[in-house]
Design a binder for this molecule. Sequence first.
Ligand SMILES: [Zn+2]
Ligand SMILES: [Zn+2]
Length: 754
Amino acid sequence: MWVEVILPVPVHSTFTYFWNESLKPIPGLRVHVSFGRQNCLMGVIQKIQENRPDFDCKPILRVLDDYPRIQIQQINLWNWISDYYLCPIGEVMQSALPAFFKLKESDSGPYTLGDGSVAHWRWYAKKSDSGKISEVFSQLNRAKLQSEALLSYFQICSNQLDMDSEYYPWISQDFLLEYSSVKAVQLNALKEKGFLKKSMRHSIIEAIPEGEKIDLSDSQLDAFSSIKKGFSMGKPVLLKGETGSGKTEIYLKLADDILKSGKHALLLVPEIALTAQLYKRIEKSLGRDLVSVYHSKASESERRDVWQSLLNPETGPRLILAARSGIFLPLNHVGVIVVDEEHETSYKQYEPSPRYHARDVAVWISKKIKCGIVLGSATPSIESFHNANQLKYFKVELKERFGSSEPPKIEMLSLIKYKSMKMMKGPLSLPAAELIERVLGKNQQALVFQNRRGYSPYRTCMSCGWTEPCSECDVAVTFHKESKLLKCHYCGNSRKPSKKCPSCQGSAWKLRGIGTERIEESLDEIFPDANILRIDSDSARKKKSMSHFIEWLETGKVDILVGTQMIGKGIDISGLSIAIILDADNALQMPDFRSHERAFQLFSQVAGRTGRRQNQGHVIIQTVAPEHPVLLAVQKGAYDIMAKSILEDRRLYHYPPFVKMVKIELRHSKEVIVEDAAKFLAEKLVRSFGGGVLGPEKPAVSRIKNFHLQHIWMKFQNGKSLPMMKEKLRKINNSIYFSSDFRSVKIHIDVDPY
Ligand SMILES: [Zn+2]
Ligand SMILES: [Zn+2]
């Protein structure tokens, strides 16, 4: 027999090997094979082939599993991602499998991951044979520790309701060791004497422990039954509900129902650093031991546990709380998927390949495994809004705000006006400063929003105006005061600031632009008595810090919260009554066709964080363009009007969702080579596709990590010919590898590059 194996190599193909094992080959088993000059690579069997191929095949070196650790569903998914996102299936596999799967030849066996079973112990005789117990205890008279071990066993048994069985129950070794001072050595001694039996078994959660009851309001109940209706029609459900309208309770109710039916639930969230709060809430409502967390920062053993428990239905259903990589889990037994804050960009993986969008992948999975899927958001992405209008998605709206408080009052303040009248206090316009003052007086909390981390984005020479760039990228470096370093937000490099200007030898420097660190500093000067907390990806990076921050916020230890867009991704702060958006213009002017959509989502999210329960929130947006249509839409909470006008623009100017976009990025250390390669490629594309090819062009940041970049953009009409177009595109891209001049140019293809 022969098998097709997926290997971690950047080639659009699988590879055939001869199967010389006594076991039957099964798709999903991991194997070691030799490949090219490499003696040993780990691969996964994709398919069995009965017929002899017409070329010679090498044999498999060894089989690593006794049963498949990867489901057919996952292999199908890898293939789909490979086709859709135009990347080699080996790269998809590399991204999908956590490190503990990727065994090297040098890793000594046994190669199996274990099947998740643990040792269990049971009294050897039947219950009816009660005389045996006292007999054995008297025999064990002098073996004190063994008697204790046995005693603990019977004590645990007496708490278990296992009336029907003629034997005492199997008790897990972990539980025995935890319950008493027993050690495994005593259990084994009892086994030697024949008094205890041992068996490797799966821990079974027999009944779902009761959590707090999930009480839904009338409007939540309506939404809940509408969602069920959408499920029964086999459609993905778009759940649109304001921040604070109680979407989370609906997610929990959906999960609770599914867990009770014996299936798993998957809840995807955009920012895992912010899930501590959500985790506690889920644990409280669903009961303990039913929530697992899966993301790239979880430990290997945590991730392995989640994977194993999903493979093994006997371990009982659970809710998996995951970041975007959760889509790669074995999801066959999942009954519902929820994608929270579905509009968030963190669902898209930009680097490395595969450049997939977890929301779109989740929708695909839900169709394949036939489970319900809910995409939740207060401000859905334009694509999802469009899909709902086209009736591809089933739309459910949750209108009520939690505790029926009013939507926040939003006002725009002209920065031009207040600056010219010299009515500024640091970064704050006078009315904004006064508003914060008032709120602090009432012991409430204020949010100051600035979507730029660090202290200052530009360090400029006072005499000649030279701005310090990253040594490896064509972009200015940001000064971080806490670490006293200049950091590049593109490549992550950091270094000490230079003392002398290399252009004029001057040594006087000016810091231009304002980041969150600088905001924190000026607020400290303006409100010396206030407790200020800054949350951005710098301060939240440490593993524990986020849960401390949330505790401080919940216990009212923070007066002013300074934050970036991280705030919008799911922190629930009940005392927050106002928000100041310091500089709205930056987000509105991004050179990206989605900048208006993004800005609307971002500002609405920030506004949605204010005002809960009885208090109406109050938001001040500082801007040079107070009449900007996006800001007016935020002010009116006019999502639908906004979305319709954006869609109309996209239709007129041929942008997604009306066309498919593909971005091709070329990288090389020499600028001439990458430019020539881009021209060569673009010409071929134009010849082959005619219209719809834009560029090549130098991107705004045209050098990153010492690689020069060129971009080519392509637009395809949506429709059936799309797979054919992609195939053509793939072939043309391959031609670069076969041209001697450009072989060393790296090409990144990004399908749906947003
Ligand atoms: Zn200078
Ligand atoms: Zn850099």
